[in-house]
Design a protein around this ligand. Structure first.
Ligand code: NOJ
Ligand code: CA
Length: 579
């Protein structure tokens, strides 16, 4: 049980609220399964429901040995920064041995650390230093495919009789030089590669160097589940599951329906009905969850869903699959539209415990997606004021807290991400959102003494940790204040979400209500001044004012009248309401 650990960022009052109720889960008891011991708070919430998560792309966070590539010791050196920021768990994208074709998402050994990132001893030190500070570590679990350099695949491709042959998906072609069917790789071209050694084709939904594992083979399931057990023993608190949508394919290899037009790789558009979101994947997630529950671990899903109903399925019919499927529909709102956010928030609230993400290593940074080019800093605070105060768990992306921008390559020859090379110029790849963390305004933004693997954008001169720590009005200090309030206010941890003034086209406002207290969040998403007013008597609050917790309003009011609240353009007001 890992609740009240030394140095945890929970305040004393929050800790006291955390009634550690050891619940012997009503799950399956067998000699192999330890009784699940979960710490629940008074509302039945678990640790990951109150934690703030932070995604680290290890290549780009901090470079301790000055080779231009970030590493684990770099992350360890920044734990105090993360702790002071208010982070409770870090998700590290793959740092396993890998040929780096897909920058780590092509794993050649699931139980080790790539030398460019350090050693297992470095990992253990990171884990123990993180634990001292109450920060949990989440690893990335690349389940759908391995690298073609993994020992399993090398064996598999060596002969048709090899015991590992069926660990991957091998088929005969339709004819000479004809793949088994019309399935396409999401990274361009056919999803099949002919292998002359055995005269068959193997399936790869991603790059050629990322052959799909055959999850219909129980040996694959066992080996992969054992990988998670191995990391739980090392202290990790959960996994972010990569590409869960594509774990299974139709064994009969039906062609996908072809749609009109071409995609950005000039391949025909198809409807991926036979190689995506097959029902079998839910069985795997349920069994993987049982393994996770033995260690009170969390499973976070890379779940690309077309609507709330699809998202709902990932929680499991009996809440027995993913605790935290990411809601990318929220990240796709892509405009400062109170009505669009209201709709999305209500939807995900009805589906399960919400998981909010603004951007990640595959999605253009929120700073540019929402920014209007003039008020980007103010808008970045509005977005922080939103997703850090909603009911649910936020996952931050490194650098978001300082307003890092995208730095897209300008020329094809500068592109590092292979999908940018294949899809140029329509698809520029994902380098732009993966640039080095901007620690200060010295050379290479203080990330490394060597030239970094990706160039730092000019914005490091204005947006860096060191500079922003000195500026009370910086994005970074705003994040810190909001996260501190989030950790201190029971209403933000436990409270229900109540939408307010739902027909206001400019101002998104809501109440987080818990027992006798509530936190009011008011976000002016428009570029003009607005006036909001609230009557909270029907919510059981008759006080005419709110006590300010955090605001970007230039007047910095200590108390705010609820009947007439003047709001600056792109502003945030967060206040406490008592009965
Ligand atoms: C999703 C990861 O986030 C992305 O970066 C990667 O390229 C694909 N899965 C393939 O693993
Ligand atoms: Ca390094």
């Amino acid at each position: 049980m890992r609740v009240a650990r030394e140095g945890n960022s929970w305040t004393k009052s929050a800790l006291l609220r955390w009634v550690a109720v050891a619940v012997l889960a009503l799950g399956v008891f067998s000699p192999k399964t330890r009784a699940q011991v979960k710490a629940l708070d008074a509302e039945g919430h678990q640790w990951w429901q109150h934690a703030v998560f932070y995604e680290i792309y290890p290549r780009s966070f901090a470079d301790s040995n000055n080779d231009g590539i970030g590493d684990l010791n770099g992350i360890t050196s920044k734990l105090d920064y993360l702790k002071a920021l208010g982070v409770d768990a870090i998700w590290i994208t793959p740092c396993y041995p890998s040929p780096q074709v897909d920058f780590g998402y092509d794993v050649s050994d699931y139980e080790n650390i790539d030398p460019m990132y350090g050693t297992l001893q470095d990992f253990d030190r990171l884990e123990s230093e993180a634990q001292k500070r109450g920060i949990r570590i989440i690893m990335d679990f690349v389940m759908n495919h391995s690298s073609d350099q993994h020992a399993w695949f090398k064996e598999s491709r060596s002969s048709r009789e090899n015991p590992k042959r069926d660990w991957y998906i091998w088929r005969d072609g339709k004819g000479p030089n004809q793949p088994p069917n019309n399935w396409l790789s999401t990274f361009g071209g056919p999803a099949w590669k002919f292998d002359p050694t055995t005269g068959q084709w193997y399936y790869h939904y991603f790059y050629v160097e990322q052959p799909d594992l055959n999850w219909r083979n129980p040996d694959v399931e066992k080996a992969m589940f054992d990988v998670t057990r191995w990391w739980y023993k090392r202290g990790v608190a959960g996994f972010r599951l990569d590409a869960v949508d594509t774990l299974f394919e139709d064994p009969n290899l039906h062609d996908n329906p072809v749609l009109p037009g071409k995609n950005k790789y000039a391949d025909p558009n198809t409807q991926e009905v036979y190689n995506k979101k097959l029902p079998e994947l839910h069985g795997v997630l349920q069994r993987l969850r049982q393994v996770a529950d033995e260690s009170d671990a969390v499973l976070i899903g890379e779940t690309w869903t077309k609507d709330i109903d699809e998202l709902k399925q990932y929680y499991g019919e009996h809440s027995d699959e993913l605790q935290m499927p990411m809601d990318f529909l929220f990240a796709r709102v892509d405009k400062l539209s109170p009505s669009a956010f209201r709709k999305q928030i209500a939807g995900v609230n009805s589906a399960g415990w919400p998981v909010y993400v603004l951007s990640n290593h595959d999605i253009e940074r929120a700073y540019v997606r929402y920014g209007d080019g003039v008020h980007n800093d103010a808008i970045a605070k509005v977005m922080a004021g939103l997703y850090l105060t909603l009911r649910g768990t936020p996952i931050m992306y490194y650098g978001e807290e300082i307003g890092m921008t995208n730095n897209n390559p300008q020329r094809k020859e500068d592109v590092k991400d292979p999908i940018g090379k294949v899809g140029w110029p329509e698809e520029k790849g994902r380098d732009g959102e993966r640039t080095p963390m901007q620690w200060n305004d010295t050379a290479n933004a203080g990330f490394s003494k060597a030239a970094p693997w990706l160039p730092v954008p000019p914005s490091y001169k204005t947006h860096s940790v060191t500079d922003e720590l000195k500026d009370a009005d910086s994005i970074l200090n705003f994040y810190k204040r909001v996260l501190a309030v989030r950790h201190n206010e029971p209403a933000l941890a436990e409270g229900e979400y109540i939408a307010l003034n739902e027909s206001d086209p400019n101002v998104l406002s809501y109440l987080r209500r818990y027992k006798n207290e509530a936190v009011l969040v008011v976000l002016n998403m428009s570029g003009s001044e607005q006036e909001a007013s609230f009557d909270l008597s029907s919510q059981g609050f008759s006080s005419p004012t709110a006590s300010t917790l955090v605001t970007t309003l230039t007047t910095h009011p200590r108390q705010m009248s609820l009947s007439s609240m003047p709001l600056d353009a792109f502003s945030v007001y967060i206040g406490k309401i008592s009965k």
